[in-house]
Design a protein around this ligand. Structure first.
Ligand SMILES: [Zn+2]
Length: 58
């Protein structure tokens, strides 16, 4: 689990990478902010990214 700060709304959230997705080539996957649902970042992955709000951050 990693943390990232959204460049759009300034909230900090947790994200992690889900890998071992079958038949998925490495490409840039979006990391969507769980607060404002804008794209906070893109990183190369052969899976996808899951984001979670941090308890107590609003
Ligand atoms: Zn945001």
């Amino acid at each position: 689990m990693d943390k990232m700060t959204c460049p759009h709304c300034g909230h900090t959230f947790n994200f992690y990478e889900v890998t071992h997705v079958v038949e998925h080539k490495v490409e840039n996957e979006i990391i969507e902010c769980p607060y404002c649902h804008e794209i906070a970042d893109r990183k190369p992955s052969n899976g996808y990214f899951v984001t979670q709000k941090i308890e107590g951050e609003n």
